[in-house]
Design a protein around this ligand. Structure first.
Ligand code: HEM
Length: 145
């Protein structure tokens, strides 16, 4: 069950990344109707990811990496960069939406150029981390690192 929740969370974060790419394509084509719709969908998917992730965390604790030693450093580099950027992404997205709703696109645009790559990195690495843990993960059964 813990793995299922993790897989759902990974699918949601990956889908949110795909939605961001589609939202960028829409605004590049000048579509100011579908761009916000898709970006708000991407935001909802990311929020839902957080719900499933926290549910898994609360119910089943963390998953420890028990894979090959030579990959441990790379795995933790990925995990730490993913977690830090995910935490930064949240406030950035709220800031983007806030400015867009206020019609301040001169602020929205430059911040969006930073936020989109961060969001995509978080989505891609979240999916990779899930794949790694599916193969090399061991549930700790409690909340610890
Ligand atoms: C929440 C996530 C969002 C992200 C990641 C995002 C991302 C972007 C990106 C990458 C651009 C193009 C910047 C460029 O030209 O290089 C852009 C432009 C734009 N966005 Fe968003 N956006 C988001 C939400 C919204 C929302 C909610 C609205 C409307 C309420 C909106 C309205 C616009 C408009 C109108 C532009 C074009 C501005 C212009 O060309 O002057 N965006 N956005």
């Amino acid at each position: 069950m813990g793995q299922t929740l993790g897989d759902i969370a990974a699918a949601l974060i990956a889908l949110s990344g795909i939605a961001v790419i589609i939202g960028v394509i829409f605004i590049r084509r000048g579509d100011r109707v579908w761009h916000p719709r898709i970006m708000l969908t991407a935001t909802a998917l990311a929020a839902l990811f957080l719900v499933f992730y926290l549910l898994k965390w609360g119910l089943y604790g963390t998953t420890r990496y028990v894979g090959p030693e030579e990959w441990r450093g790379a795995y933790y580099a990925l995990l730490i960069s993913h977690t830090l950027l995910a935490a930064i992404n949240g406030p950035l997205v709220i800031w983007l939406i806030y400015n867009a709703v206020k019609g301040r696109f001169n602020i929205h645009k430059p911040w969006a150029r930073w936020t989109v790559p961060i969001w995509l990195y978080v989505a891609a690495t979240g999916w990779v981390i899930d794949l790694v843990l599916r193969r090399y993960g061991e549930s700790t059964g409690s909340i610890r690192f």
